[in-house]
Design a protein. Structure first.
Length: 313
């Protein structure tokens, strides 16, 4: 018996009628995608709104100080807002010459301390980092761990024995107690930062230089140091900001008004007996912030690159 097989016509998916389940499924997918995009847009708007409000709250004290520096002294605390009803630029002229010396004298003192600290950290911390990252010596891991432990040691713990030592050698009221420790690689954070950066440099470069007859000093100066520019720039920026804003160390070691740095000079504007010239204080505070702002503005690119390439993320 012969059986005739008839081929059934295949249905074309692309020619489905509007009422088919496949078309309804596509409509549900488009609705789901639209609702998801709306939720994502709503979350993004909420996140940006929260960030803008938080940023406004954080920057409000700085804006208030900028506005208060241009107000008369008797109106500073009467109007807590940012609206400037009376413009008074005399705070800058009076504040510049309000102390024993012009304010530029104290900025020069801070510049001397900052320059010495930067040079000290760049020289000493880079050499210590090269020793930990490339040299093999006894108990190197132990010494590296001890170095890291000093990061958790507060500065206030060692300030008394340091002051006694510097007082015995006659360094009080000089800049040496603020500069000389930087020449001894006492900032363990920068040593660790440079160690992480040097470990990311291939050792093949060291071996190639050693084949050409270079020793460790030449390898460090000719091979490693030129490649450490991002880490060195990060160290420079951080050292500048921390040293320029250092108040406690300068207050301990500098008691002569001729040796005051910027933070200690700003403290001299506050007088509990004769009254405080708040307008002059805020005006000179704005002036003292300008170097920090400029250094961070022009060095931000190196700062981000240095942190991103040292493993400290």
């Amino acid at each position: 018996m012969t059986t005739n097989l008839q081929t059934l016509p295949e249905s074309d998916d692309n020619t489905s009628t509007p009422g088919t389940p496949r078309k309804q499924h596509k409509k549900r997918e488009s609705r789901g995608t639209l609702s998801f995009s709306r939720k994502a847009r709503g979350k993004a708007l909420t996140k940006h709104a929260v960030l803008i409000i938080t940023g406004a709250v954080m920057i409000y004290p700085l804006l208030w100080m900028l506005v208060s520096a241009m107000r008369p002294n008797d109106l500073i605390f009467k109007d807590p807002g940012l609206w400037l009803s009376h413009l008074d630029m005399s705070n800058y002229t009076s504040g510049w010459s309000a102390l024993t010396h012009p304010f530029g004298h104290y900025m020069l003192n801070s510049a001397i301390v900052v320059l010495g600290s930067i040079v000290g950290n760049l020289v000493s911390c880079s050499m210590a980092a090269y020793a930990f990252a490339r040299l093999k010596f006894t108990a190197s891991k132990l010494f590296f761990g001890i170095m890291l432990l000093t990061i958790m040691l507060p500065f206030h713990v060692v300030i008394v024995p340091q002051y006694v030592m510097f007082s015995q050698i006659g360094w009080v009221n000089t800049f040496w107690p603020l500069i000389v420790p930087k020449l001894l690689a006492t900032d363990a954070f920068f040593v660790f930062l440079m160690v992480q950066f040097i470990r990311g440099i291939p050792k093949d470069l060291d071996e190639a230089a050693r084949i050409d007859g270079a020793g460790h000093p030449r390898i460090f100066l000719r091979v490693i140091l030129p490649l450490m520019v991002p880490a060195l720039a990060t160290t420079t920026i951080f050292t500048f900001i921390w040293t320029w804003n250092d108040f406690f160390g300068a207050l301990i070691y500098l008691t002569d008004p001729d040796m005051f740095t910027v933070p200690v000079a700003l403290r001299a504007f506050v007088d509990s007996q004769a009254g405080t010239s708040w307008g002059s204080l805020f005006a000179m505070s704005v002036v003292s912030l300008l170097p920090v702002f400029l250094v961070f503005l022009f060095g931000q690119r190196y700062l981000i690159k240095g942190i991103a390439t040292t493993g400290i993320k």
